[in-house]
Design a protein around this ligand. Structure first.
Ligand SMILES: Cc1cc2nc3c(=O)[nH]c(=O)nc-3n(C[C@H](O)[C@H](O)[C@H](O)COP(=O)(O)OP(=O)(O)OC[C@H]3O[C@@H](n4cnc5c(N)ncnc54)[C@H](O)[C@@H]3O)c2cc1C
Length: 431
């Protein structure tokens, strides 16, 4: 390993490691299509594949380069989780809570099966996840969480006490942990490239660098298409529309944008570690997450780097500022990697909702799925797939459609109050 010298350039490791076809949307659009999909991430592509495979004319509009969004910036942890365990969800939402828990698990199974059945080369491995207590105060909470999943619902989840943690992680910073067997690690941009390939092979038309700029629902009875979409490439009429913009919701549907807080999350990656150092850091190759409100998450990449993500606060931050904090935290937790050069640093947005739950719904007649709250690799892929099936009339909307999706209060002023919320989170994390 080389000693760190210059700071890394802002660049997304995953994006450098994939090739996706150039799908610039300059050809004229057809006058009318069956389904228009806004957003070329996991959700949009999964929806497109189902619809195109059923014989529909489908166009996916991606306003940036394909592979720009959170789908190729994330930590690559496929986690079947909501922010609460199954018993808590049941207490909070009744039978709906249990159905939502089931669907998150179904999303995870769906992703695993899709990767296996379609031979998507995305370095997927069922690694398990280790959720780590950053303070002794949270050990009883983790013990109860493990019992909630394992005893109450028969899930492969177990508590690991501090004296056994060395079997799981090469770090002494933790007071206990919970292992969730049903978690996997993958290369996020390779998964995205695989979904692009599947959607294209099914017959979908994918247009990158084409933004949908307005959307008018013209009523259900029109023979020339129910929706009129304006795009940066011209107008198009569509019978159905699916909006999968997650944290990148823009002015297209302001009422959707108001229901989502885009929160920055940042990642740094080292050069590939010596095999012995990598094995010491993560003897079982787990996905690691800690219990802080402003949580950190980290893992070994398929090529043996330490990939370390999180954020210091809810204040606007540059990638460089965020990276300084992450590198310091990484060295504190894993002094073994102090000599490894940090070669990449980047950021992206996660979609946070008021109730910290995913949401599915219809606005102006268009379907949408949003609100990954940081865990959308498996879930958003499945939500897109299911929305495709809903449009085909093959499935009922996912249970998340039954939740009330409330706007974020004072959304326009979020940059003023989020730093204060972040300070409160940090105070709680410290005390
Ligand atoms: C740093 C980071 C780490 C993360 N780590 C994890 C993790 O380890 N595990 C996990 O499960 N989840 C993680 N996530 C969340 C995960 O990446 C997202 O849930 C997932 O990518 C959402 O997929 P999507 O297809 O819904 O949206 P995206 O992948 O964000 O795609 C939405 C796309 O819509 C496009 N768009 C927006 N408006 C328009 C418009 N008007 N016209 C056309 N296109 C438009 C955007 O350009 C964007 O590309 C992380 C996210 C970030 C940012």
């Amino acid at each position: 390993m080389t000693a760190p010298t210059a700071p890394p350039a802002d660049a997304v490791l995953w994006q450098e490691q994939v090739q996706i076809p150039d799908l610039d949307g300059t050809d004229a659009l057809p006058e009318r299509i069956q389904t228009a999909i806004v957003g070329g991430g996991y959700a949009g592509l999964a929806a497109a594949r189902v619809l195109a495979a059923a014989g529909q004319d489908v166009v996916v509009f991606e306003k940036q380069a394909l592979g720009w969004g959170a789908h190729s910036r994330n930590g690559g942890m496929a986690i079947p989780e909501l922010k609460a365990g199954p018993a808590t969800l049941r207490d909070r939402y009744g039978p709906l809570g249990l159905r939502m828990h089931q669907e998150v698990n179904e999303a995870f199974d769906h992703l695993e099966a899709l990767i296996a059945d379609e031979a998507i080369a995305c370095d997927y491995e069922r690694t398990g996840q280790l959720y780590l207590a950053h303070t002794p105060r949270l050990v009883p909470y983790l013990q109860a969480l493990a019992a909630e999943h394992a005893d109450g619902f028969g899930e492969p989840v177990r508590f690991v006490s501090r004296d056994r943690l060395h079997e799981e992680i090469g770090s002494t910073a933790w007071h206990g942990g919970v292992v969730f067997d049903r978690t996997g690690g993958l290369h996020p941009a390779k998964l995205h490239a695989g979904l692009v390939d599947l959607a294209l092979r099914a017959g979908a038309d994918i247009r990158e660098h084409v933004a949908v700029t307005s959307l008018a629902d013209r009523g259900t009875a029109r023979p020339d298409g129910r929706f009129l979409l304006e795009t940066s490439c011209g107008p198009v009429r569509a019978d159905d529309v699916i909006v999968t913009t997650n944290a990148y919701a823009d002015g297209l549907l302001p009422e959707l944008a108001r229901r989502v807080l885009p929160i920055g999350s940042f990642i740094v990656a080292t050069e590939p570690l010596d095999a012995a150092v990598a094995a010491e850091v993560s003897p079982k190759g787990r996905m690691f997450v800690n219990t802080k409100n402003l949580l950190i998450y980290w893992r070994l990449s398929p090529d043996g780097r330490l990939v370390f993500g999180g954020r210091r606060s809810l204040q606007h931050a540059t990638v460089a500022d965020a990276a300084d904090y992450l590198i310091a935290s990484m060295h504190q937790i894993h002094p073994q990697v102090r000599d490894a050069a940090v070669t990449h640093r980047w950021g992206g947005n996660v979609a946070v909702t008021l109730d910290r739950m995913p949401h599915v719904g219809q606005l102006r007649g268009a379907w949408y799925a949003t609100g990954c709250n940081g865990s959308g690799v498996a879930l958003n892929t499945w939500l897109g797939h299911q929305l495709g099936r809903v449009v085909l009339g093959e499935a009922a909307p996912p249970s998340f459609a039954e939740l009330t999706h409330r706007p974020i209060p004072l959304h326009r002023f979020r940059k003023l109050y989020l730093p204060v919320v972040g300070q409160w989170f940090r105070y709680q994390d410290r005390t």
